[in-house]
Unconditional design. Sequence first.
Length: 319
Amino acid sequence: MRPNRNRLNRTAFTLVELLVVIAIIGILIGLLLPGVQAAREAARRMSCSNNMKQLGLAMHMYNDVHRSLPPTVLGISAGKNQGQPVHVAGLTAWVALLPYHESAALYEQFDFSSSPTTPENEAASKKTPPVHLCPSMSLPDSGGTPNGYSSYALSTGTKKYRNQVHNGVIVDSMNVFRMERVNAGVDASQSWISSVDIDDVAAADGTSHTFLAGEFGVQRRDTSMLPFPYPGSGGESAGMWAVSYPYHSTASVFGKFNAKHISLFDIPSYESFRSPHTGGVQFVLSDGSVRLLNESVDATILQRLAARNDGEVINQEPW
C-alpha cells in the first residue's frame, strides 16, 4: 500500500505558517517586554527607596545619640560643638553615619585626624556601602581617578554654590543643610546648621515638610567646547559618599531640577538633585519617610521643602 502523500505533507510547517508563528512570538515579546522592564524598574526604585529609608533612619539614630545632625564635613567645629576638638576636614556626614547602618567595620578604617587623600582614607573611601548605590544608576568611568560614588546627596537647601573650607575655617557655611546663597525670598537664617537637631525641625516647618537628602544620579556635561579631554567618561559626573570636596556629597534646589544633561558651565544645575529613575526625584524627609517629587513640581514648593524654618507649611497635595 502506497503512503498518502497528503498525510506526509501535513507533518511539517509550511513557510507561511512558520513566518506566522515567528510574527506572533515577536508580537508577544513586544507586548510583554515593556511590562517586564517596567516591573524591573519598579523593583529597582523600591530598592532605592529602601536605601534612602536606611540613611534617614541612620540620621535619626545619630541625632538621638549626639542631639544634632552630623556636620557636612567632619572635624569642623560650629554652633553647639565649638568645644570639641578641631581636626583636618574632608570626610563627609555619610562617614559619620556608618555605625548606624551596620557599617561600623568600615567606619573604623577611616583616620579622622588626617586628610581624606591619605592612602588609608582613600582606600576606605573607595569602598562604597551598598546602601549608597541605587540599582538603576550606571556608574561613570572614573577616568583613572579614585572613585567611591554615591547615588544620594545631603540637602543644602536653596543655595547656589557648595560649601568650602579655607585654611580650616568655615567659609559661608560648611555644615549640613546650610545655604550659602538665598533664593525665592528665603532668609539665610532658615538654613541648616550643624547644631540643628530633629526637634528643631519639628518645632519649625515640621519633619514631614523638610528635606534631609535626595537622589543625586549621574549627569552628563557638554564638553564639546573644551580644547582638551575632560576627565572621566565624556563629562559624566556623580556624587561621592566619603569625600567632602565641593560638588560631591551635597546638593541643592537652586539649579534646574532633575537635569541629566547640562551645558559645561551650568554650575547650579550641576549641583542640583537628579534621579536615575524616570518622572521625578526621591527625597528622604526629616521624619524618615521617602517621597517622590514629580519633576514638574512647582518651584516654590521645592524651595519651601528645602528650607527648614521659613514658616511656610506645604498644604498642597500631591507635591
